[in-house]
Structures are given as structure tokens and as C-alpha cells.
Design a protein around this ligand. Sequence first.
Ligand SMILES: Nc1ncnc2c1ncn2[C@@H]1O[C@H](COP(=O)(O)OP(=O)(O)OP(=O)(O)O)[C@@H](O)[C@H]1O
Ligand SMILES: [Mg+2]
Length: 496
Amino acid sequence: MHDDVILEIRNVSKSFSGVQVLSGINMRVRKGEVHVVVGENGAGKSTLMKIISGVYQKDGGELLFEGKPIEVKSIRQMQEMGISIIHQEFNLLPNRTIAQNIFLGREPVKKRGIPVIDIEEMNAKSRELLGFLGLNVDPRTRVSSLGIAQQQMIEVAKALSFKSKVLIMDEPTATLTRNEISKLFEIIRKLKNEGVSIIYISHRLEELKEIADTISVLRDGALVGTLDASEATTGRIIKMMGGREITNQYHREFCTEVGEEVLRIDNLSSYRFKNVSLKVHRGEIVGISGLVGAGRTELIKAIFGFDRFESGEVVLFGKKYRRLNTSMTTRLKVGLVPEDRKDEGVIVEMPIRENIVHASLSQLFKNGILNKKTEAETANKYVKELGIVTNSIDKHVEYLSGGNQQKVVVAKWLCAQCDLILFDEPTRGIDVGAREEIYEIMNALVKQGKAVLMISSDMPELLGLCDRIYVMKDGRITQEFSHSEATQEKLLACSI
Ligand SMILES: Nc1ncnc2c1ncn2[C@@H]1O[C@H](COP(=O)(O)OP(=O)(O)OP(=O)(O)O)[C@@H](O)[C@H]1O
Ligand SMILES: [Mg+2]
């Protein structure tokens, strides 16, 4: 038993500016196993993984790789030794090709003549990796033109190119559809068969049964316990994570009488969607279902004025618009909680307080002076209301855990008193408890007569929350269902 441990974590601890984030963590990862790590938002999962992969230095404790103590100095050192990580938020360069991203900084060089990058070799090797992953794209494609799911696969390809013995995946399925998750699981099984160990972080407890061999639970920076997958039930894991029992998590009273129309789009078209028409009324939660790549994100970004549309019109609160930009929509009290929060939702190098009030500055300015006291009170109020885990509102958002960053984005739009909030994959990376909190926020919004339009790849979530659901496929709306008509089968049938 001892011999097949590839990575051992002994008594590892870490604090950031005096705040203890990890204390005395002990964990053993065996060769060829899928070791799942779960815990609520802010429990310390990503921090532990960053220590193992060389992003952060530990304060105390030991790491042993293949039985020998190791001194972790850099990410590259760990990659070369055989430990790679795919971060929760990707690190790809959008303007480079797939192959350039995979081989960044260690491009194959032509052996003869002047040393130049061997592009053909690089593309060929990339093609091979992509083939192994069952991904049918040209390695010369720019990363910016790929969807999130495909970018995820490029991260996997990159990790594989290092011949990793331990591959860490920090919430790999957060943005994937059921179909893509199955593909990823197939890949994980394939890697496992080749003896690769996978450390896998996820909030989707229901999917863990499919792949986990071992499950370790973190809570407030400490290890609560490690279970064999065969003895772990969802209920038991949730108890270990924080003890919150999940009942009917949606708590939705469906809308019986809709209010006035807040959004109508007529025949809206752009390069990614065609002739889309839909409506949202006060008091309603309206969902958009579909596969990743169906044009849902592009549609919602066009409504928010983030992207342009080519033809058609958007009617917001009764007024027609042929062009929109984000300052217009923000003034109209429309908010967007985007899929890619790091780039579009928050300003990571700014503190929580400034992020929260960012869309409501006009209310906080008095005679041209920002009232710092009001700003702090407002920010503290939302931090408390949404349960954002932080020791101070002055903490920069980049240092918050993924789930807590998401809550900051939601807080920003709540603070701006939005009448219509667009949510793109609202519970991506959110733990079970916090997920329920987000659902409650949506419920409260529509009860106050506001409106929600949401995209989700999580069908039970759409079915549990939405009064109406539109299904998109290849940039077009293929069907509309009322809450009572919609089923998972029907949604799927119209998406593929
Ligand atoms: N560089 C940093 N500086 C300061 N605090 C940090 C830093 N990185 C993480 N933290 C803090 O450490 C705690 C644990 O964060 P971590 O990202 O490890 O949580 P997590 O378990 O991955 O959560 P999630 O499920 O939301 O991704 C959080 O309170 C976070 O704010
Ligand atoms: Mg994390």
C-alpha cells in the first residue's frame, strides 16, 4: 500500500498576510487513482493545489514525490518532474494558436541549421495530443476562437505534453455540458489506465461517483477526512463539508401572473446567432438551454451591449434600441453576471469594496466626492448578505476563491438595483450551499418584480428555476417551453 503512493502531503500549512488558509494538511495520492478533493468555497482547495504545483510556497510541512522529499521552487520544475495543474481560471494566450499554447516556452527547435522553431513538428505533436483527447480541431487554430469547453481540453493537452504523472484538475467540469463531461471522464479513465494519478476538484458532488477512487474533504483550511469512494455518500460528504443539508434547493414559486415586459428582442442577428426573438417580463426567471457553442453567451452579451449585433432590435423597458453599449445598459439597470468572471465580471486587481460599488458610483458620489463611509457600509452589507468569505472588504478580488469572486459580481448588480439581471452559468464553480444562496437571490429578485434571464448547462437547475425556457441550437432558438411542459429529454432533444 505504501509503495504505490506517488505524492504525499505531510502537515502542510499556509497563511496569507497573517490569515491561516491551510493548517496541518495530510493527504496521500496513490499511483493511477482519481483522488477527489471537495470543500465549500474558500475551504482552501485551490491553495493546496497551487502549493503542490509550485505556484505558491508552503509555510510549513513536507511534500514527498515518489517517496522522496521535494523542494518546490517553480511551476516549470514541477511540470518537468511530472506534476501539472489545470487551474480553475485558464491561463491560455488567446491570440496564439493551440500548438503555440501547448508548447509555450519549450517549442521544438529544428536540429539542423540556424535554430528556429520547428512549427511543423509542434503542430504534428499537438495534433497527436488532440487526437488522443478525441478533439477534432486544427492545432493552428487561435485559442480565442475556441469555446470554453475546448479551451479546457487544450489545457489538458498542454498538461499531457509534459508526460505528467500527477495531473491536477481544479474544477474541470464547471463549464462543460453533460456530453463534454462524459468525454472528459473517458479521458480521465484512459489516463488512469496509463498509471497517471488525477487530483480532481469539483463542486458537482453527483458526478464524483462516476470517477472517484478516494475523496478528501477540506473545511476551513483543515482536512476533515479521507474516504474510500465506496463508503462515501453525497449526504455524508455534504455533512463533512459544512453540515448544511440540501433539501429542495430551488425554493421556487413559479410566476402565475407576469408583469410588464422588460426585455424583448426581435429578429436579432450577429455572426454567432440568427433571427433570435424572445421576451422577458417582470417577475419571471427565463432560461436559455443549449449546448456549449450554440450562441447563448454571444446572445446575452449582445443584449448587454458588450458585443454588437448586426440586425434586429432590442427593446428594453419599452424603448427600442438598434445599438447598445454597456454604459447604456448599466444606466438602464441591466446587469450581466458573465461566464468568464475573471476577464469580464470583476476587476481582479481592485479591492472587493470598489468592485461592489463599481456600477453604482453615481449614487455614492455627493458633490463630486465619493463618500468612503457609504462605500464601506454598502460593501460590508453585501459581503454579509451574500456570505462572501473574506477578512476585509479591502482584499483584492484576485485573492478571493473562485466562488467568492462570483458572489462579488452578483453583489455589484444587486448594489446597482438592477431591474434585469442576465446570468451566464450562474453557479459555475459555486459550492452546494452557496448555490442555494444564488437561487435565493434570484427568487428574491423576481419577487420584488425584477426579472432574470439565465443561461445554464445544468438542466436540473433550469427546470427547477425557470418559468420559461428557450432552447438554442446553432445560433437559433429551436423551441420555447413553459415550466410545466419542459423536461430534460425535451430540452436535450431540441439542442442536438
Ligand atoms: N494569494 C492570496 N492572498 C490572500 N488570500 C488568499 C490568496 N489565495 C487564496 N486566498 C484565500 O485563501 C482562502 C482559500 O481560497 P481557495 O482559493 O484555496 O479556496 P477554494 O477552496 O479553492 O474555493 P473555491 O471553491 O471557491 O474555488 C480564501 O479565503 C482566499 O480568500
Ligand atoms: Mg478554488
